[in-house]
Design a protein. Structure first.
Length: 214
């Protein structure tokens, strides 16, 4: 039996995807427009993309009958690759944040509420290399994989990302690139608020320097 390569000895850091590593709003909005034309529904796209993060079905629930939500969600995910991958860029500092974890010999996770195959398309298109992608997990549901991987830090933009980090016993780092403000994130219990991922490499350097040697 072949031996598994040794796991990194550096930090294990989890990242949310939408509005943390990538600016999903342009692509998400375009898929909503296409879906709306198919269904004959005028979705309020700007309103629906102001606070991305909750599961898609939650966002559709205010605009469709209950029996329509599941099929509409499936159709949204089917339309997504053709309309939402190319228009979506990384957010400022995303590559540098991932690189900072690598520089310390660490392991990078992406734990997201997004459908995993579509999340993978974003990561591949934008050249974001991660060690594990876990999709379709939300809020405290993110805690299981974070605990399983021994993540010490989870970075997100939403109050529900804070919930996931705290449930996993990980340090919650929040960025102000999504729809949640500083006060809201602090009230939710986040440990650190950064304006953007540009600040993350210096923060990580300082955080690791402060940790007691094992």
């Amino acid at each position: 039996m072949s031996q598994q390569p040794p796991r990194p000895t550096g930090p294990v850091v989890g990242f949310d995807l939408d509005m943390t590593l990538i600016d999903t709003a342009p692509g998400f909005g375009e898929v909503l427009r296409v879906l709306g034309r198919e269904l004959g529904v005028d979705f309020p796209v700007e309103q629906m993309t102001e606070r991305l993060g909750p599961p898609l079905e939650h966002l559709l629930a205010d605009h469709l009958r209950a029996e329509e939500i599941g099929p509409a969600g499936d159709r949204f995910r089917a339309l997504y690759p053709a309309h939402a991958i190319v228009p979506v860029p990384t957010l400022p500092g995303a590559h540098e944040a991932v690189g900072a974890v690598r520089r310390h010999g660490g392991r990078v996770l992406v734990v997201t509420g997004k459908y995993a195959p579509n999340a993978r398309l974003h990561l591949d298109h934008l050249g974001l290399e991660v060690d594990r992608l876990e999709g379709w997990v939300w809020g405290t549901g993110k805690a299981e994989v974070l605990r399983e991987e021994g993540a010490g830090v989870y970075v997100g933009d939403h109050v529900h990302d804070v919930e996931g980090a705290r449930a996993a016993g990980a340090l919650s780092v929040s960025v102000l690139t999504g729809g949640c403000g500083r006060a809201e994130l602090l009230d939710a219990g986040t440990d650190v608020v950064l304006t953007s991922l540009h600040e993350f490499p210096d923060w990580l350097d300082d955080h690791l320097a402060e940790r007691p040697a094992s």
